[in-house]
Design a protein. Structure first.
Length: 230
């Protein structure tokens, strides 16, 4: 990869800014000052800027515990986005959220630079399960559960049968594999009950870690990446 692109990807600065650093002899590769922005950086090379080693993965996948009040988008002129929650040092060009959670929905959200991974997780052909914890404004009856588990007919689509587990007097876990706009809320509304709050607990075999604070994120482990690819 070109030296200027490498440094820009690691958030050292914009392409124009890192070119100026290179021009000022502030950048070294393997101990040698490099003045060519197009210099090819090998994967094993050590790059320093003003004497400080810069390093990091160029391809990243993060698991976030999304808080309410932020939108699932890469950028927005008015609202705060999930990408805004990523520290500047951890951002990479092309980082995007996999799928979407409503502004007021919390829980597991993946952000990645891997377009193939994002496509695979969202592909209708793969039927990747997503489980949510719904807090409701009333008790879920057996008849409501039956309707949800049989699938709901809407004007624009028919939901596939869901898996529903009542976990409290006014709460339930629901698993679906589609990702239509406001789908879970619409499904509960269709059977006569409203969602007060919604939290995504899992995506495929990947579950939201209990120890991950709301609004925080971390890189996926190799084991978790393997789970996503199964």
């Amino acid at each position: 990869m070109r030296l200027d692109k490498y440094l820009a990807h690691l958030q050292v600065g914009s392409r124009a800014e890192v070119k100026q650093l290179i021009k000022k002899k502030a950048v070294s590769v393997d101990g040698e000052v490099v003045r060519d922005p197009g210099f090819a950086v090998a994967e094993q090379s050590q790059v320093t800027v003003s004497g400080t080693v810069v390093a990091g993965n160029l391809a990243v996948t993060y698991l976030m515990n999304k808080p309410a009040g932020v939108i699932t988008a890469t950028e927005d002129p008015q609202a705060r986005t999930v990408v805004d929650l990523i520290d500047a040092k951890d951002r990479r060009p092309g980082l995007f959220p996999v799928g979407r959670l409503d502004k007021d929905t919390t829980g597991l959200l993946l952000l990645t630079t891997d377009g193939a991974l994002g496509h695979a997780l969202l592909s209708p052909k793969r039927h990747v399960d997503k489980t949510y914890l719904a807090t409701l404004n009333g008790a879920l009856t057996a008849d409501m559960v039956t309707q949800l588990e049989q699938g709901i007919v809407f004007k624009d689509f028919t939901s596939a049968p869901a898996q529903v587990t009542v976990v409290g007097e006014r709460s339930a876990e629901i698993t679906i594999h589609e990702g239509k706009f406001h789908q879970v809320k619409r499904m509960f509304h269709a059977v006569g009950i409203e969602v007060v709050s919604l939290k995504r607990l899992s995506m495929g075999a990947l579950r939201l870690p209990e120890a991950l604070p709301l609004g925080s994120y971390r890189a996926l482990t190799e084991a978790e990446m393997t789970l996503l690819q199964e």
